[in-house]
Write a protein that binds this ligand. Sequence first.
Ligand SMILES: [Zn+2]
Length: 379
Amino acid sequence: MRLEELVAISQFYGSNSGYVIAGGGNTSFKDEKYLYIKGSGTSLANIEPEGFVKMERGLLSGIWEKTYPEEADKREAAVLADMMAARAPGEEQKRPSVETLLHDLLPFTFVVHTHPSLVNGLTCSVNGEAAAAELFAGDALWIPSTNPGYILSRKVKELMEEFKTRRGKPPAIIFLQNHGVFVGADTVEEIKAIYRRIMDTLEAKIIRKPDISDTTYVYKFSEWFGRLLCGFGGRTEKEHDWYVQFRRNAEIARFVQDRASFAPVSSAFTPDHIVYSGSSPLFIEDSTDDPSGKAADAWKTHLERTGIIPKTIAYQGMGVFGIGISQKAADNAVELFIDTVKVAVYAESFGGGRFMSEDQISFINNWEVERYRSALLAK
Ligand SMILES: [Zn+2]
């Protein structure tokens, strides 16, 4: 049964932190009639057959016949409604991944989409496109940075058709700039071979690897940080318990030396980084005379400038704090920040890192608010 193969390969990549962080990424299997796609909110590491949503491919391809509103919010809502209507009978309580349309487009039985740090060192770099063309000539398609959802799917559809005309076959590898990679094949063995090839090829090109030695997970908080967090609770409209996760390793230590050394990790490389660790980490300069006051000022200035509560705080000379209203949110914030650090280091081998544009970052921030609202409405 091929659905079992899908489950096995999903768990295989889902449980490998080199490929999947914080439940990101998704997988699918298709036949002529149906697409089985990872449900939103499930995690690849422990997914079971029920975690996939069965979709009618005839209805999904009907989406390409339609014209949608130009305005982003209206357009995405209309496409989402059509996507929901494409769920097979009995699947109504499940929510298919936002990347469903993309999976359906790729003419392969299995598709495994992930956001590996090493691959994103390529997709989030200045010379990524040229390097991808050189290293994977003829097999890989490069998709320039594009807002997620319908627009991204449409872009992939267009460029994939062009690729097929030019090369006489569909691309088995699709690099999405500032996002990740899609790999498609008709067997799971081929999927693994392609991923192996991608990883081996990139590893051979890497001039410097992230140094994650000397990792500290738990830090004895100095008293000021505790006081500061209490202050944070009082500064927001809602009262929350704040959870904090601290991390430091040799690589983080390099980036938090001062504001200048922090620059290569000071914004967001991919949508997942925005969602989990925020688009603008707060950098607090060390101050021995009034550490608590300095941090509180930095927090206030940050809120005024961005309007968003930082999910990540880097403290000069110390390390990084992930902050959230649950333990999991705090953990994810710090994990994705560490991924940012890895991506920045890998990107050094491809001309240096390239963040998402301000426009794209604000699209994701708004999109998150919309998704949060719709999740509340769905309750
Ligand atoms: Zn993705």
